[in-house]
Design a protein. Structure first.
Length: 319
């Protein structure tokens, strides 16, 4: 099942608009770098990424008039007002303790069944289905990159912090697009107008392009708005995951749409970030376009993913 895009809905500046193939048959994205060639499948096995989401609307359309869109906009209003430097520091300190629970990766996957992402305009299915849909689509197109299959499976596990046993954070502190704090809020951020009410907006130390950072400082030195991305990255890192750097980068920045789709904030990146961003561009297509009402048989694919968890993670982790 090869995902091929026919007239997809892209936001301006998406790297996937620049996809090309060189004479060696290797896939090149946004600048000519070489990636592993996708597995070749017969046409009748190909999966065509849909132009419309499960609600019959364009993907990531935040301006459509609907009840769900109204709730999504309200979500971003709260997120943009409340995600400040002080709030992020507080959350990093609290969740950096990793004292909420001890459990395995798969146990966390099952817990995620209780979570519905209120910021997502494209789907209201249980989260474990989105994880498996993404992972299975990547697995078929990149069969030799097992770390990428596992990264897809676990990339949203941090959303458990919205559950009571993990502190019950409000959705605006867990999901949605992420962005740096401590520097100017770029206009590529969804519903940018609500940043006007953020206390940091008028802080002169934070309202320049680089703010408290320097050009090329590296995203690892940049504070991102707090949410499931940074939390799951922290869990993976502190529990000694052996996922490659690109896998951890995907986990930490997959919701950073102003970077990987709009192409903004690149002035903060270092060379390692630029290399890892290539894999994030690959991943994003599957993260967004594999969302479906068609469910994956969990028990059928579970043994494969359990073997990957055993390869890249300890049996139990501190959360």
């Amino acid at each position: 099942m090869t995902i091929s895009i026919e007239k997809p809905i892209f936001e301006e500046g998406s790297a996937f608009q620049k996809k090309s193939e060189d004479k060696t048959g290797e896939l090149n994205l946004d600048g000519g770098f070489s990636m592993p060639e996708m597995a070749t499948k017969d046409d009748d096995e190909a999966f065509l990424a849909p132009e419309m989401n499960a609600f019959g609307r364009q993907f990531r359309d935040y301006d459509a008039k609907s009840e769900r869109q109204k709730s999504v906009e309200e979500f971003y209003r709260l997120q943009h007002i409340n995600q400040t430097v002080d709030f992020v520091k507080k959350m990093r300190a609290e969740y950096g303790k990793l004292d909420k629970k001890v459990m395995s990766i798969w146990e966390c996957c099952e817990l995620l069944n209780e979570v519905v992402d209120e910021s997502d305009p494209d789907l209201d299915e249980p989260q474990i289905q989105h994880l498996l849909q993404s992972a299975e689509a990547i697995r078929k197109d990149y069969p030799n990159e097992d770390w990428l299959h596992l990264t897809a499976l676990i990339h949203d596990l941090g959303k458990v912090i919205t559950l009571p046993q993990f502190g019950g954070l409000p959705q605006w502190a867990v999901v949605g697009d992420t962005f740096p704090v401590g520097c100017a809020f770029d206009e590529s951020n969804v519903h940018h107008k609500y940043f006007l009410e953020n206390p940091d907006f008028q802080n002169q130390a934070y309202n320049t392009k680089t703010g408290i950072y320097t050009e090329g400082c590296g995203l690892n030195n940049v504070m991102m708005s707090w949410g499931h991305d940074d939390y799951m990255y922290l869990v993976a890192k502190e529990n000694g995951s052996t996922l490659p750097s690109a896998g951890k980068f995907i986990i930490r920045y997959h919701s950073f749409y102003p970077l990987h789709t709009a192409g903004e904030y690149t002035h903060l990146m270092n060379d390692e970030d630029k290399e890892n961003l290539k894999w994030l561009h690959v991943f994003n297509k599957y993260d967004l376009y594999s969302k479906s009402k068609v469910h994956v048989d969990v028990e059928m694919v579970k043994p494969y993913y359990m073997s990957l968890i055993e390869k890249y993670f300890p049996e139990t982790l501190k959360w």
